[in-house]
Every structure is written in C-alpha cells, then in structure tokens.
Design a protein around this ligand. Sequence first.
Ligand SMILES: *Cc1c(COP(=O)(O)O)cnc(C)c1O
Length: 401
Amino acid sequence: MDFRFDTLAIHAGQPNEQRTGAVTFPIFQTSTFGQLKPGVTRGFSYGRTDNPTRRALEECVAALEGGGQGIAFASGLAAASACLQLLRSGDHIIASRDLYGGVYRLFTKVYSKFGLDFTFADLTDPTQLEAAFRPETKLLWLESPSNPLLRITDIAAASALAKSRGALVVADNTFATPYLQQPLRLGADIVLHSTTKYLNGHSDVIGGILVVRDAERAAELRFIQNAVGAVPGPQDCFLILRGIKTLGVRMERHCRNAVQVAEFLAGHPKVRRVHFPGFAWHHGHEIARRQQRMFGAMISIELRASLAETQRFATLTKLFTLAESLGSVKSLLCHPPTMTHASVEPEVRRKNGIPDGLVRLSVGIEDAEDLIGDLGQALERIVSSAEFDEDRTAPGRPALS
Ligand SMILES: *Cc1c(COP(=O)(O)O)cnc(C)c1O
C-alpha cells in the first residue's frame, strides 16, 4: 500500500517487534551477531556493517524522501565525506557558493589534498552554473535553501543540466527536510541530511544520512559506509527515529512561527534586511513556491548595527539560545561570520554576501508571540547606526506556502 508522509514517518521500517509485540522499534545495542554456521548469518553479522535499529532509520528516511535506500552515518559531514569518496583524483566538483561552512571546509581543507578540484558558483544563476562545467565535472553539490542566506536553487533545472553533462547531483536537504521538499523527485541523485537538525529535531544527537534511488550507487555507498566506518550507534538511530515520528507536525508549527517572526522583523526599524523565502521579494521565492511545500523556519537578518552591537544582540535574547546548529524544537540563533562560517576566509565570506551584521535564526516551536517578544526586547537594547540605512527591505507579509 502507498502510505502518505505522516504515516510513513511513524511506520516505515519500524514494525512492532515480533517476539514481544513492543510497539517501539528496539535499540539493538550489540556489536556483533551470532552466526548459524561459519559465514551464514541471520541477516546481520557485525555492528559496523549493519544493525537493525540503524536499518529501521535508513528505511524510514528513504521512504520519506521517496527514494530507494538510506545509508546512515555518524554525522552530516561523514555523509558528505562518503559522497566525495565515490570520486577519484582529478575529478571536478561544482558547489554552491554559500555552502554550509563545514562542508566548505571538508572540500577545501581535506579533499582538495587528494586531487579533487572544486568550483564555487552562484547556482541560482543558470549562466554561472552552465559555465562552471568541465569535461571532468563529476558532481554538482546543491544546497537549497542555502545557508545562511536562504537562497533558492531550481533543483529540477540544475539536475537536468548536470545530467546532460554526465555529473551526479547531491542535494543537501537539511534545511527543507523531506516534509517540505523531495529532491530525488526533482532529479537529484543523492539526498543528504544532517539528521542532527530537523529530522531528529531535539538537539540531542549528531547524525547524517544519504538517500539514493539507483541500486548500484546505493551499493557503492553502503560499501563506503562499512569500509570507512563512520557509522552511527544504535542509540542515536533510535533517537532520530523517535524525532522523525513528529517531523510533520513539528514542521507545520516551525513554518507558521517563522512566518510570524519574519513579518515582525521585516517591520522593525533596527533590521535592515530579512532573508526569508516566504517573502515575495526574496530572490527565488517563485521557485521555492514551486519546489517546496512551505518556506521553512530559517530566517537570516542583517541588523542596522555594527559588528560589536550585532554580537551583543546575539547575547541578549532569552528564548533564542546563542548556539551552533538549527532545526530544534528550541529556538536557536547564531552569528554566521564568527560561528558557522568562521572557517570561511573573511574576504570570501563578505564576497559571498555574509556581512558582519548577519544573524541567523532557527525558529523553534515555542509560542510565536513569546518568540517575537524576545527578539523585540533584544532589538530595543542595541544601538542602531544610520550608516546601514540604505537598501532596507520593505516590510510586508510573508506567505505560508
Ligand atoms: C549541520 C549541517 C551539515 C553538517 O552536519 P553535521 O551533522 O553537523 O556533521 C551539513 N549541511 C548542512 C546544511 C547543515 O546544516
């Protein structure tokens, strides 16, 4: 039977346990599995290779992405690393310019040492994307909405172009989650998640996962998962599965709250600019409307304030915790220039549109009025400067979907 998203989130890969009928899929906390005869197993041999709780998570996320197989990793970056391990020295990768800082670091500081070559382009611009392709381009790395500016890439158009050039497409779907967007249906080959974020949703696990349709590619990635060994433990898989059960209801509330918070911020005199795909003026709004169910719950703002006042703002909120990460039930806030994107060189950062006054909000599922009150009192207390007056976005109503 074909079940819909919210049913799959609770049932896919997680039947009631056979022996006792336990309705929650158990944590198989074991490193190895007894064999029937030498080399003959009951389907599981060794904990790095496979584990029933991990397999339940892999099947569940694959079902949610509408894909064939999930392959789980110890972190989002371990999952990203596995994608690069599909390549060989001399291969070329095109990636979006405003990329998650840790992925940028993985590319430029680790894999560039092994003869992989990277081009960072503005993938929201089809001409730039087209120009970046070379005969040896093997991978196109998309992030939409992107981090931290929430820029939107047309996943279907970019994937079609990559396909025509013989390159695979990896889509980092961490910000949108499969509830809002399913990149495999839009033509991507591999979907990546940091399950640390919305999929787990409760700020208590680090994890990552890939989802692929092509069986041969899945087998290659599963080989890498076992051969390299960056696998998640069964407890963590259990917690992520538990989080996923409420993904749909959480995302509805996250997105509703974000619309209210974005509207408040866009009308605030100390806010110079609001980056949120729900605004009609946001670059890529129409594409987001087409490829996403709702606009997500990540908002970036540029304050009309100096670096020092921006950093002070980040310490004045009481409900928004100043912390790395996103996608939790609890609201979080960060200062990308000195936190998530500190590993990106300052001149590259500014060139990529990440000014010192940028603050990124991950809107949680608390009461929206309380969140607005919290941001309001923190904005009251900072000193704004007229030098940041020009180019302010007009207030307006963001759309929900
Ligand atoms: C957090 C994040 C990652 C890295 O995931 P970890 O679980 O922290 O290793 C990759 N991509 C995006 C978009 C992220 O937000």
